[in-house]
Ligand binder design. Structure first.
Ligand code: GDP
Ligand code: MG
Length: 441
């Protein structure tokens, strides 16, 4: 995949202290490929490429920094510049107006945001003004019931502006008013007229444009029209749980001079994330948390006592069989990187409370035990390290003797490995979506 080829390219810079133009071109080419595949507009990609090239070659890397670190940092900074910070959303009373075409995800996002605000301790209400789409009232009402938030709509009224006004009155005890609107299949004058009228009636603190992650270059016209008519303060990208990476939405961000507020990652009301640059960048490039992973893994690798030259990456533990070699590397890296649960936090979708759900001692290896385990592993054969499950009683005896440890320690090590391997198994095959869901429960 693209992320790993970018990672591979960056890794070729690992040993170099000076960076050549060809090196930078190679990195930039990989990034371009990833971003274009993620629907980021060509002109944005080109601007970004130019900045990365220029800075990588002109800026002097700080002392002790490798060429790889230097480029990684610049790439990261430029990408943050491209995607922007998240839309400022103070946790206070406010009115938010949602705009977007039909099917973009407005109603779903309205309920999700209401759920999100309610979890932050505020009292939200959703006001449904869509009189255009049959069933809009029922859909919004049901979603708000699921989100357990206040809802206002009027299926018998056909003036959206009146519904909006009545809705604000009827829900005046709420802190956050989220006004959902109707869309159309395409940009049409009556849609723009309608949303302008609603905009005047509710006088929102923020207007957010909802865009399907799969939107490509169509984002530009939409963004411009909505920006000209009501002014866009932020973007919500919906349906990021699909294959689309949402790069098209960056066009809208650029066009409106706004930022991204939320990401929609599923059909249920809890499937919402506050936008956060580094996670989104990782998603765009299809690689793990570029910022932290690069910083910390790099540092750990350099300081690591790992003798062999094999590369090790926390994400690798989630693929394939977890061997004793992996466990040893992980134990060694822990010295430099911090505990495994923090390392896990750096992998998208692995953060939050995931580690809390594991048995308490699954990751707990004390320094003392670590040292004993090291000695034990030194007495194992390559085959035993690769395939610890195949180690029988006679081998345990031999290893114990060879390492000067008792058999109990050898068995403890094998037990510890088994526990960790099981833990890794739990993570394997889990998509990001599963992780998000698990975290919210
Ligand atoms: P609206 O016409 O702009 O109000 O769009 P809706 O909120 O009705 O959403 C249109 C369709 O997209 C519905 O079938 C939603 O369930 C679906 N949808 C919205 N957001 C998401 C999302 O984040 N993930 C997925 N998988 N589906 C979504
Ligand atoms: Mg709707």
């Amino acid at each position: 995949d693209l992320g790993s080829s970018l990672r591979g390219t960056l890794d070729t810079l690992r040993g170099k202290s000076r960076i050549s133009e060809e090196d930078v071109d190679e990195v930039v080419k990989e990034i371009q490929r990833s971003l274009l595949q993620a629907d980021v507009e060509v002109s944005l990609v080109m601007d970004l490429s130019d900045s990365i090239k220029e800075r990588s070659l002109e800026e002097e890397p700080p002392g002790g920094t490798t060429a790889r670190d230097h480029v990684l940092r610049i790439v990261y900074e430029e990408l943050v510049d491209l995607v922007g910070e998240s839309t400022d959303l103070p946790l206070e009373s406010q009115t938010i107006l949602l705009a977007g075409l039909q099917g973009s995800g407005k109603t779903t996002s309205a309920a999700k945001m209401a759920w999100w605000f309610s979890k932050k301790g505020l009292r939200p209400a959703v006001i449904q003004t869509d009189t255009f789409r049959p069933g809009a009232y029922d859909q919004a009402k049901q979603m708000c019931e699921r989100a357990e938030v206040e809802f206002y709509g009027d299926p018998d009224e056909d003036d959206p502006v009146k519904i909006a006004r009545d809705g604000l009155d009827a829900t005046e005890d709420a802190d956050v008013h989220i006004v959902d609107t109707a869309g159309r299949h395409a940009l049409e004058d009556d849609l723009i007229d309608e949303i302008e009228d609603i905009d005047r009636a509710v006088d929102p603190d923020r207007s957010l444009l909802v865009l399907d992650a799969a939107i490509g270059q169509g984002a530009k016209d939409q963004a411009r029209q909505f920006e000209d008519s009501i002014g866009i303060d932020g973007v919500i990208i919906s349906k990021l749980d699909g294959t689309a990476k949402g790069g098209g939405a960056l066009t809208a961000v650029n066009e409106t001079g706004s930022t991204i507020a939320f990401l929609g990652t599923g059909e249920t009301v809890q499937d919402i994330e506050r936008f956060e640059p580094s996670g989104f960048i990782s998603r765009l490039l299809g690689m793990g948390d570029l910022k932290q992973l690069s910083e910390r893994v790099e540092r750990a690798m350099e300081e690591s006592m790992v003798e062999d030259d094999e590369e090790w990456d926390p994400e690798d533990m989630l693929k394939g069989e977890f061997t004793l070699k992996d466990m040893r590397r992980q134990m060694q890296a822990m010295n430099n990187m911090g505990p495994l649960d923090q390392v896990m936090d750096m992998i998208p979708g692995m953060g939050g409370g995931i580690m809390d759900q594991l048995p308490d001692d699954a990751m707990d290896v004390t320094q003392d035990r670590l040292r004993h385990f090291e000695v034990v592993m030194d007495s194992m054969t390559e085959e035993e390290l690769e395939n610890p499950r195949g180690i029988g009683a006679s081998q345990v005896r031999r290893i114990a003797k060879g390492s000067g440890q008792d058999e109990e320690t050898v068995r403890e090590l094998l037990q510890q490995h088994k526990m960790m391997a099981q833990t890794m198994k739990q993570f394997q095959g889990m998509g990001d979506g599963d992780m998000q869901r698990m975290m919210k429960k």
